[in-house]
Ligand binder design. Structure first.
Ligand code: PMP
Length: 353
């Protein structure tokens, strides 16, 4: 027998490229182009050796408290993790523990099937309709749990809270995870449904709307009991997941609500302006309520556009997959970055006429 037969072999998730050179216009991983709240940077300068030498608070109590306050729930209803990827990975491990397949859309965050494979959770991908919308009926079959992003990624399509509730109503016997990584860019959170459905887990992140992808802060909100189970698994895995710096700076970010709202409004404004510009260039796209647009050109293949942009040091995201191979996922950057992107696209489109 070979030692390799005993190994947990997985095909890992492949994140968007983080180019080493700085001259790049980076529109490929949905980071925020604006800096975090001014208080965050100020506080960062004050860190001393103790924050390196000592273990962090395993409960992230201060961060949990301020998030609970901000979202109008109890601290016992909040779970924080090292980015929402960590929160989601823990949630899969905790809540998807049956032999029935979990359900998620076929075009969605490409980490879901990786976690399912890693934990050996059976799954079924439910196809989105021709407009990239979720079909509620698909989520009424027997299952071991449900997870989907809202707005969806990479499409940007937002599903109304009524659809989320329809899915919850049909599934009282399993946990339903709504991944709201992009909710702050114009969607409506399903958070109010927490009081009605104790099997709902809402997951959010500081990586996009709070400009803190580098600090790795994510959190989940749910019923006390649900959060308790999640904590039990987390504390059976690693007590000190979130470092002190993230905990302290996360609190500071939540305090500055005016800045948070102003940045989000900027992104939304740029996104809406960008939709018109892309349309003029011959692009079509589902209407996005996220900080990216998922766009296909009427005549130029996605791969060609992707390569042409890359050769001009503009990075966007592209997947060579059925149904979406002609699409580019373009993160909304600053107006200046978008102007440069449009200039490049105009050039590429003209050269291909
Ligand atoms: N969910 C979705 C839908 C995402 O697109 C991302 C970003 N890759 C995440 C979760 C994870 O983000 P983070 O771990 O930075 O919070």
């Amino acid at each position: 027998m070979s030692w390799e037969e005993n190994i947990r072999q997985v095909d890992p998730y492949i994140p968007g490229e983080q180019p080493k050179n700085t001259g790049v216009i980076k529109l490929n991983t949905n980071e925020n182009p604006y800096p975090p709240a001014p208080g965050v940077e100020r506080l960062l300068a004050e860190f001393d050796e103790a924050s390196l030498r000592l273990y962090p608070d395993p409960d992230s109590e201060e961060l949990t408290k301020i998030l609970a306050e901000y979202y109008g729930i109890l601290p016992t209803q909040v779970f924080v993790g090292v980015g929402s990827d960590d929160v989601l990975a823990m949630a899969f491990l905790t809540f998807f523990n049956s032999n029935r397949p979990i359900l998620f859309p076929d075009i969605t965050y490409s980490f879901y099937d990786v976690w399912a494979d890693l934990y050996r959770i059976p799954y079924k991908a439910c196809s989105l309709d021709e407009e990239f919308r979720l079909r509620a009926a698909d989520y009424k079959q027997e299952n071991g749990g449900i997870v989907f992003p809202n707005p969806n990624a990479p499409t940007g399509v937002f599903e109304p809270v009524e659809l989320v509730e329809e899915i919850l109503k049909a599934n009282p016997g399993v946990v339903v995870i709504v991944d709201e990584a992009y909710i702050d860019f114009g969607g409506t959170s399903c958070l109010p449904l927490l009081s009605k459905y104790e099997n709902l887990l809402v997951v959010q992140t500081f990586s996009k709307s709070r400009s803190m992808a580098g600090m790795r802060i994510g959190f989940a909100m749910g019923n006390e009991k649900l959060i308790g189970y999640l904590k039990n698994v987390k504390f059976s895995f690693n007590s000190y997941t979130m470092n002190r710096t993230s905990q302290v700076l996360g609190v500071e970010a939540v305090k500055d609500d005016a800045y948070f709202k102003a940045c989000n409004a900027n992104i939304i404004e740029t996104r809406e302006w960008m939709k018109g510009k892309l349309r003029q260039l011959g692009f079509t796209f589902p209407d996005s309520k996220a900080n990216f647009i998922f766009a296909a050109h009427e005549s130029i293949p996605g791969k060609v556009l992707f390569e042409e942009l890359k050769s001009r040091s503009i990075f966007v995201r592209h997947w060579e997959r059925p149904r979406i191979a002609d699409y580019l996922r373009i993160t909304i950057g600053t107006k200046e970055q978008m102007d440069k992107l449009l200039l490049a696209l105009r050039e590429i489109v003209a050269a291909h006429q």
